[in-house]
Write a protein that binds this ligand. Sequence first.
Ligand code: CP
Ligand code: NVA
Length: 304
Amino acid sequence: MSSRHFLTLLDFSPEELKQLIQRASELRSMTRKGEIYEPFKNKVLGMIFEKSSTRTRVSFESAMIQSGGGAIFLSPRDTQLGRGEPVADSAKVLSRMVDIIMIRTFEHEKLETFARNSQVPVINALTDSYHPCQLLADMQTYQEHRGDIAGKTVSWIGDGNNMCHSYINAARQFDFNLSIACPAGFEPNAQLVDKNKDRITLFRDPREAVEQSDLVVTDVWASMGQESEQKNRANAFSNYQVNSQLMSLANQDALFMHCLPAHRGEEVSEELMEKPDSVVWDEAENRLHAQKALMEMLLGTWKP
Ligand code: CP
Ligand code: NVA
């Protein structure tokens, strides 16, 4: 079907992503000034959540309400999706009733199947493999605090998970170098690393990885769906906490980001969360503005 989707950062060109981030900052100041702007009047967003969420749900729902539209929250517990109705059928039906759809699910392939069968734009709101909406907010936040990220060095400390994969795509699209430190057995997808080896350096030691870094990022050690591995992972990752001591090895003006929710005392220390280096609250807020900009571009209500 002909709609444009946002399943990974590679679905937009580097130029479009730059424009999107710029637009997100404009929308942020408009929202903060209390300007009424309703480009999504009469538009409906379908929101399918097969995993928990606070930020993603509230940011998408608020984005629609503030922009004059509406959002419908759909969980497998009370829809036919949870009773085995095929993904393709659900996509065909829902996309005849709403204008845009976001999905948070497990397998990335499920999202791709949904998008192939949808008449309207589909947004990846997190799969086991990627979390591109978070990267829009992260890139916006970096730019608002420090300017262009192109040519900078970013360190990813911890699990080679969905967020790490999206950072790999971001390194290509936003033109930065990415240092990744993870324990043996928890590396990001080998094919993705191979495709982007000109931009990525893999480390075991987080202290080496953060050297000369402009941005240090981490995430939980056990993602949603990996709860039973929590204990094993806590052992494997015990030397991978991001704290002020580790941050002191990065560049002096390096920022710290975490997509949240954070596990204080595990992947991040309690004290770092509220230090001036940490921009996690701006990062969370920017989900709202970046996703407004994303939906404007997908719905064609704003053009650069
Ligand atoms: N960062 C993020 O996606 O948070 P939620 O799981 O609360 O949506
Ligand atoms: N890697 C985490 C991100 C949560 C926003 C997870 O998938 O659970």
